[in-house]
Design a binder for this molecule. Structure first.
Ligand code: PLP
Length: 398
């Protein structure tokens, strides 16, 4: 039995089968390239689901991990550490936020944000302001709270009852949001660009309108930037440029360049309602992961880097619109920066599977959207290769 087959058999025998994995084993990566155990090379336009923003084997990350590993790995949140303080400062100074709470994943960040909103409402003296408003097409994670504000029925149904008091409104439909948000709403949670739900950018009127509706109802606005934040759209924050400020923002995926980390950023007004003992985590905010995130954040948060993401995003958009959209299998293209969805005529999964045969890793975002999330460091020549392989894939499917 080949090494590849042996590993696949072991996973099949011992790992809980909640994922359907393709039949190759990934072993190495460099830049936008991934290599399997049989030496096949793939251009990775999925970035480990928007995590590997700086690509594989990025020297900023390698060096931060090396230095971090020689220092403290973990001491718990009971103590001060240097990377924790520096990362918190830089995130706050580069955003609307005054405070940050670190955690270990996107779901955990949303879970915390939902809790903070309940506590905020309670301290403000509201007795029954416990409801949440979320949107069609939303994805906020798999834990009970995050799942409760996630729209996808297939993810929710097996685990009901979820937390009560969640109302779903139509994404990008302000009238629908208006009907859902009321004096019982403690928070509205929205992705400025929906990821899993189909790569759908929020309309400026809709997002600004949500801010106004939250103000009217005295509810908090949580933006989930787990997938679309930290440079992915070509701006540091996806909500930037819309002209509104959220009360809370959740981050994760690319934050520590591939190590697990999430964060909840919040205003002082919300922070003032939380006190020692209200929330916590054993692993979160460890010195190693904070040091790596600090290096990643400062790498992304420069005008040059973000300008490059915008330029390459424009180039990718143009190639998708001019070349890929001509395929009869593609019904439309939408996205922002380096986050793109292709509306597919055949099931998106068929295109993703075929693409692997052509050495291209892409993702689905629902049944009929193919999602592209290349590393933010992708170069123009690599975008050309991405398009070439995508066209080969579509041609092969007819
Ligand atoms: N929020 C958004 C917008 C996401 O895309 C995801 C994951 O895909 C999550 C939350 C959940 O993050 P995690 O898988 O790290 O729990």
């Amino acid at each position: 039995m080949s090494k590849t087959q042996e590993i696949i058999e072991l996973e099949k025998q011992y790992v809980l089968q909640t994922y359907k994995r393709p039949d190759f084993v990934l072993e190495q990566g460099d830049g936008v390239w991934l290599y399997d155990t049989d030496g096949k090379q793939y251009l990775d336009a999925g970035s480990g689901i928007a995590v590997n923003a700086l690509g594989y084997l990025n020297q900023t990350i390698v060096e931060a991990i090396r230095q971090g590993a020689e220092g403290l790995l973990h001491v718990s949140n009971l103590y001060h550490t240097i990377p924790h303080a520096l990362l918190a400062r830089d995130l706050c100074q580069s955003s609307f936020a005054d405070r940050v709470f670190f955690c270990n994943s996107g779901a955990e960040a949303n879970e915390g944000a939902l809790k903070f909103a309940r506590k905020w409402a309670r301290v403000k003296g509201y007795s029954d302001k416990t409801g949440y408003v979320a949107f069609s097409g939303s994805f906020h994670g798999r834990t009970m709270g995050a799942l409760s504000v996630t729209a996808t029925e297939k993810y929710r149904a097996p685990f009901e009852p979820l937390i009560p008091g969640v109302t779903f409104a139509e994404f990008n439909d302000l009238e629908s949001a208006k009907a859902a948000i009321n004096e019982k709403t403690c928070a509205v949670i929205v992705e400025p660009v929906q990821g899993e739900g189909g790569v759908t950018p929020g309309d400026p009127d809709f997002l600004n309108g949500l801010r106004a509706l939250c103000d009217e109802a005295d509810a908090l606005l949580i933006v989930d930037e787990v997938q679309c934040g930290l440079g992915r759209t070509g701006a540091l924050w996806a909500h930037e440029g819309y002209g509104f400020k959220p009360d809370l923002m959740t981050l994760a995926k690319p934050l520590a360049g591939g190590l697990p980390m999430g964060a909840i950023l919040l205003t002082q007004a919300v922070a003032d309602t939380l006190e020692p003992g209200d929330h916590g985590s054993t692993f979160a905010a460890g010195p190693l992961v904070c040091a790596v995130a600090h290096a990643v954040f400062n790498h992304i948060n420069t005008p040059e880097f973000l300008g490059q993401v915008r330029a390459n995003g424009d180039y990718l958009a143009a190639r998708l619109q001019h070349d890929v959209a001509k395929s009869p299998l593609i019904a439309g293209v939408r996205g922002k920066g380096l986050m793109w969805g292709l509306l597919s005529v055949p099931p998106a999964g068929d295109i993703v599977a075929e693409a692997r045969k052509h050495g291209l890793i892409i993702l689905v975002a629902g049944a009929n959207v193919v999602r592209l999330l290349p590393p933010l460091t992708i170069k123009q020549a690599e975008i050309d290769l991405l398009i070439e392989r995508l066209m080969q894939t579509l041609d092969a499917l007819g």
